[in-house]
Design a protein around this ligand. Sequence first.
Ligand code: SF4
Length: 131
Amino acid sequence: MPQQPLAQVPLDSKWHWQEDGRCRTVDPLLFFHPQNERGSSRSRRDQSAKRVCAPCPVRLECADYAIRAREPYGVWGGLSEVEREAIYRKIDQPRGSHLTSVLGSGIAAAKGLVNDAISDEALGIYHSTAS
Ligand code: SF4
């Protein structure tokens, strides 16, 4: 995983899962867009990062960490910045879930959004319907 400041990391976070991350051998720039990158360029970058994340053996641990730590930048666990912001808004609703430092609480709060983030559509994979 590309390195980020640890200031917001929940105290119980364990980082051993990073040893198995598929992104360890990938250019970090794939996961962190340049300032002001928008539109199709950013979408393509996010999709490329998601394709690395989709089969990653520690994807859920990574997504859980990123949600609980409220990582503001980059693709983590297949979740883009925009997707994580949507999860944070849901969590912050008056009757929303409340994150704790407990491992797994980020995934629980996000519910299906973590898997939606690596759907074929999210990865930019489209199947022909022609027979
Ligand atoms: S899920 Fe993605 S960002 Fe997280 S460790 Fe795996 S490859 Fe890296």
